[in-house]
Design a protein around this ligand. Structure first.
Ligand code: NIG
Ligand code: FE
Length: 400
């Protein structure tokens, strides 16, 4: 099972070295779900037996995309927020009136477990359709012990049912729910951390920003999370500059995400501490308060930059890493090869995984066959289907 040979790859982006590590006219052999051989198509080993073969037809093939930031378990719609924002209301004003995250919390609490699993599965399928083979999934639309536990269970069920590599993050500290006070809710999140750890979560995230949790509150939650063995991540410097980037450095977070308002001091602190910066341009575009210079600030400080979808109903309804790559190149003016690394090897680093995000012997057999001969064409060709086949742990799906 999960044995596959991918032949006639016109251009294989391995991510070896500091660029995209391109090999021309390549082939890849996957055995038992892991990469066993990579090389020139004409040197393909003989005696592979009756292994399934995928003909890439001369296309460009990348490592399967790694999406290190999603909130993809939710019910309901946020179309009213979307239209209100187009009419000039801000994200914070909508949230203060009970919209925003709170409206998704109401819909998610009211949904059945089976409906939440089905909705999440269909979003992961859509991500797969766009070449994603590893994703992180956050909770954060339950905001009480019963409903956050349910979302952790949904994430665990999705992980069991899908072939993608899935990392689960407890984001109880997404917002203070409207049916609780601030201090009691923070105490509840602190008390829930061992349960989150026991129920599939590997990570704890906090939305550290104005209108969400302060730097001091976030520090308390992240410190307690570390004590129960959870890895740390943080929503930082999205709406305003708060010092969350420095907190990420102080706490040793694997990543700090959003960063639209990061400054040079925050970026230097992150670089020194080895915190990966995850940029979420689809969110910045949707909210209209993106700072397209943020990528430059991070890059100049020497921060490792990753890209993610931030897939969520309110600020980034997007499961597509190719679309995010296009935005990063066209809006941040990120070089194409940097954007490809940000969506693969650097996104794997944001999740502290060294088994995905590259094409090399021993890595998971995860590949995206592009509907393009070159990665620059992936970016230049707008509004089309970017991926023709996705290989996940050696299982190929050729998209219709
Ligand atoms: O990443 N920033 C906070 N959380 C999400 C938005 C969630 C929502 O609005 O539902 C984000 O953008
Ligand atoms: Fe987010």
């Amino acid at each position: 099972m999960n044995d596959l040979v991918v032949r006639r790859i016109g251009r294989l982006l391995t991510m070896a070295g500091t660029g995209v590590g391109a090999l021309e006219d390549a082939a890849v052999v996957v055995r038992g779900g892991a990469i066993e051989w990579v090389g020139s198509d004409r040197d393909l080993p003989t005696g592979l037996g009756s292994v399934a073969e995928l003909d890439a037809g001369g296309a460009c093939v990348t490592p399967g995309f790694v999406d290190p930031h999603t909130h993809l378990i939710w019910a309901g719609s946020r179309r009213e927020d979307f239209v209100d924002r187009l009419c000039g209301m801000s994200y914070a004003e909508i949230a203060a009136l009970g919209g925003g995250i709170h409206s998704t919390v109401r819909a998610t609490r009211a949904a059945s477990y089976d409906d939440l699993v089905a909705a999440a599965l269909s979003r992961v399928e859509s991500a797969s359709r766009n070449g994603t083979t590893t994703l992180e999934i956050k909770t954060g639309y339950g905001l009480n012990p019963r409903d956050e536990s349910r979302l952790l269970d949904v994430a665990g069920a999705v992980r069991g049912l899908r072939p993608e590599a899935i990392e689960v993050t407890y984001l109880g500290a997404h917002a203070v729910p409207r049916d609780s006070g601030r201090t009691p809710y923070i105490n509840e999140v602190l008390a829930e951390l061992p349960n989150a750890r026991a129920r599939n979560a590997q990570w704890c995230d906090v939305f550290c920003d104005v209108g969400a949790f302060s730097v001091d509150e976030s520090r308390r939650i992240l410190t307690a999370a570390r004590e129960v063995g959870l890895g740390l991540r943080i929503h930082a410097e999205q709406i305003e500059r708060t010092g969350a980037a420095e907190l990420a450095a102080e706490m040793g977070c694997a990543s700090a995400d959003h960063l639209d308002h990061v400054d040079a001091a925050g970026a230097v602190a992150m670089a020194t501490a080895g915190v990966v910066g995850v940029l979420l341009p689809a969110c910045a575009l949707t909210l209209g308060h993106g700072n397209w210079a943020a990528a430059r600030t991070l890059q100049e400080a020497g921060v490792t930059i990753a890209l993610g979808t931030d897939c969520n109903p309110g600020t980034s309804w997007c499961e597509s890493m190719p679309y995010v790559i296009q935005l990063a190149v066209l809006a941040y003016r990120m070089p194409v090869e940097d954007a490809l690394r940000a969506a693969t090897i650097n996104a794997a680093a944001a999740l502290r995984r060294d088994d995905v995000g590259r094409v090399a012997v021993g890595q998971r057999g995860d590949l995206a066959v592009l509907a393009a001969d070159h990665e620059a064409d992936l970016v230049a060709h707008l509004g089309t289907t970017p991926v023709s086949a996705t290989v996940t742990a050696g299982t190929a799906v050729v998209w219709p």
